[in-house]
Design a protein around this ligand. Structure first.
Ligand code: SF4
Ligand code: SF4
Length: 354
């Protein structure tokens, strides 16, 4: 039997897996949380959802048998899966006594990731994005509000020492002003780059050109400016805080500053949009040189979308094929991206279908 592991990755992202209770996973946080990292037999890494109502309907189950992880589909053995090991530094503390795993985590195999400031202004007035769990990590006490440059330098050193930091993702909740957001990120990146030669990805709201130049000057290699959905009505409903933000000129400036393939945007599939809406948006982004990082919705516990389901793999597999063709036709390559979510690739199958 020939196994199609690219499609398997999509099925896992969309259906999730049932796992034994004792398995550790990231419960809240920015981006697609509540997942566990495994590699499918082709070597592709996946951030597999393991929590949520939709998991009850998943045909997949993971079981540890004789020290190996077996994936079952409808109770039949499907393939062996390789868990990506937890880094050793999770057992260490910073010099001011904070467990290092509260400062940053390794995503996938080698992407050291953190949310530099775990708060977002839209959570102050109930206008937060309905899929987002950024402040839930504070409730769960799994992180701290603000990570200082010194703490991040320390954790980067520990992670590099064990060979688990080849690139970084630094995200941040929306701050009072874009200037503040970029100043926090720039200061952090500058401190890390003074010590280490490591490509760094940052994620921000759309910001003015001068702020992107400031980020670039501090050493940022790649940037994520996330549109979430190209459907304006959905944005009003799902992302009330972000829905009025202006993106148009920002895309081109970002590519002018960071280069083709080094700018990306999360696009969430499964919010009620049509395939054509996603396709047209990906066409627009790719035509400018931006990588459309299309991810299936990840419903996170305690968020308003907790009981939603991700899109079906039967929808996402052909969609990913079309997005791969669009990127090729426009000369955009996720494989050339130097740092962050696109290079990590655990939450999307765009690289596999490219
Ligand atoms: S802007 Fe939206 S996705 Fe980003 S941190 Fe705030 S609520 Fe979350
Ligand atoms: S794709 Fe981004 S959010 Fe997903 S695991 Fe990788 S670094 Fe984290």
């Amino acid at each position: 039997m020939i196994m199609d592991y690219n499609s398997l990755k999509v099925e896992l992202l969309c259906s999730g897996v049932k796992v034994p209770d004792e398995i550790w996973y990231r419960k809240g946080g920015a981006g697609p949380a509540a997942g566990r990292y495994f590699q499918v037999p082709s070597g592709a890494a996946v951030n597999i959802p393991v929590q949520g109502k939709f998991i009850e309907r998943s045909p997949f189950r993971l079981e540890s048998v004789d020290g190996k992880w077996a994936l079952y589909r409808d109770d039949d053995f499907y393939c062996e899966m390789t868990p990506i090991p937890q880094p050793e530094f999770y057992k260490m503390k910073t010099t001011n006594g904070i467990p290092m795993w509260k400062i940053a985590l390794v995503h996938g195999t080698d992407c050291l990731s953190t949310t530099v400031d775990q708060t977002c202004i839209y959570w102050r007035d109930g206008r937060q994005c309905k899929f987002c769990g950024i402040e839930l990590s504070l409730e769960y006490d799994t992180t701290i509000k603000r990570k200082s440059p010194e703490q991040l330098v320390e954790v980067t050193r520990a992670t590099k020492d064990e060979g688990r930091a080849n690139h970084m993702t630094l995200t941040i909740g929306s701050q009072d002003t874009p200037a503040e957001e970029c100043a926090i990120l720039s200061e952090t990146v500058r401190s890390i780059k003074e010590q280490f030669d490591i490509p760094i990805h940052v994620q921000t709201e759309p910001v003015e050109k001068m702020h992107m130049e400031e980020l670039f000057a501090s050493g940022v290699d790649t940037i994520g400016i996330h549109i979430e959905s190209f459907d304006k009505d959905i944005m009003k409903k799902i992302c009330p805080g972000k829905s009025g933000i202006y993106y148009d000129g920002v895309w081109q400036s970002a590519v002018d500053i960071f280069g083709r393939d080094q700018v990306s945007s999360f696009v969430i599939a499964g919010l009620g949009e049509t395939d054509e809406n996603i396709i047209q948006g990906c066409e627009m982004l790719s035509s400018i040189g931006i990588v459309p990082f299309v991810v299936p919705l990840r419903p996170i516990a305690k968020t308003p979308l907790a009981d939603w389901s991700p899109p079906l793999p039967e929808r996402m597999i052909p969609l990913y094929r079309r997005i791969g063709e669009i990127m090729k036709r426009n000369g955009v390559s996720p494989l050339r991206n130097r740092a962050g979510c696109v290079r990590c690739g655990c939450c999307s199958a765009i690289s596999e279908f490219f």
